[in-house]
Design a protein around this ligand. Structure first.
Ligand code: DGP
Length: 114
């Protein structure tokens, strides 16, 4: 069920515009409004799952990971390298409570992340 007033549910439904990258029946990929790297794409499940802590379906989560990998491939990042990030809850900096995978690439990444 869609989260009422969830911005990412609205993007998935086409009710709020976003720079779409790729989508299928289960997932949507669009460009982050506040990019932190030359390529910064968000991958979301169409299903409203607030955080990774709420995820139940291992098949859906596995396919989301492979979908994100496919986005990295489409963006030409696979060989150079890219980073997938799932911020979960406040201390990790999650601000939108519809779980999402950040696909970041196009510049060298530091470790550890801040
Ligand atoms: P996080 O901090 O992990 O919850 O990341 C949320 C990201 O979502 C953040 O990088 C900015 C992005 N974002 C928030 N609102 C919108 C929006 O309306 N459109 C797009 N494209 N990105 C958004």
């Amino acid at each position: 069920m869609a989260g009422t007033d969830c911005i990412f549910c609205k993007i998935a439904a086409g009710e709020v515009p976003a720079a779409m990258v790729h989508q299928d029946g289960d997932f949507v990929a669009f460009r982050d409004i506040n990019p932190q790297a030359p390529t910064h794409v968000l991958v979301i499940p169409r299903e409203h799952i607030p955080t990774l802590n709420d995820a139940q379906d291992p098949d859906l989560m596995g396919r989301m990971l492979l979908f994100a990998r496919g986005v990295a491939e489409r963006e030409g990042l696979a060989e150079r390298g890219y980073r997938l990030v799932i911020n979960t809850n406040a201390q990790a900096g999650q601000t939108v409570f519809h779980m999402h995978v950040h696909v970041l690439g196009g510049r060298p990444m530091r470790w550890p992340p801040g």
